[in-house]
Design a protein around this ligand. Structure first.
Ligand code: RB5
Length: 152
């Protein structure tokens, strides 16, 4: 039997509620091993701390995926994309989430709780987790991104 795929979630205080609901939803579905890197309350928390924890975990093993939630998604993406091997995409629609996987092989989805409702967030997560990289013409572009990872 294939090992269950793993997905991690993390948020700051501005994404805490949406993260909690998504963790519960994904655990109920039971299709993925779900890792929760916090934060665990609405108390003010610094998004770089949570984005970094998740990014390190995702980059550790090919195939791992992550979901980061803050107020807008932007701070989380900025931090996550500083980590080697991370391709984090801020998405506001299911179409963006789908193309982020198919074309960019994004391994981290960044959401903004202040801008995206729970229903749309759950739909985007579904799309993100269930689409795969198309390769082909996108592979060369990904190789170029990879080569830039050691840029000053
Ligand atoms: C926190 O107030 C907010 O700045 C943060 O959650 C995020 O939106 C940053 O990008």
């Amino acid at each position: 039997m294939e090992p269950m795929r793993a997905v991690a979630l993390a948020a700051d205080h501005a994404g805490y509620f949406q993260k909690a609901r998504l963790v519960e939803h994904l655990r109920q579905q039971g299709c993925f091993e779900v890792v929760d890197f916090g934060t665990d309350s609405e108390n003010s928390a610094d998004y770089p701390d949570f984005a970094a924890k998740l990014a390190v975990w995702v980059a550790q093993e090919p195939g791992r995926l992550g979901i980061l939630i803050c107020g807008t998604g932007n701070g989380m993406a900025i931090v996550a994309n500083k980590h080697k091997g991370i391709r984090a995409a801020v998405c506001r629609s299911e179409y963006e989430a789908k193309l982020a996987r198919q074309h960019n092989d994004a391994n981290v989805l960044c959401l903004g709780q202040r801008l995206t409702g729970d229903g749309l967030a759950a739909a985007m997560v579904e799309v993100f987790l269930n689409n795969v990289f198309e390769g082909g013409r996108h592979q060369l572009r990904l190789a170029k991104i990879h080569d830039m990872e050691d840029c000053p």
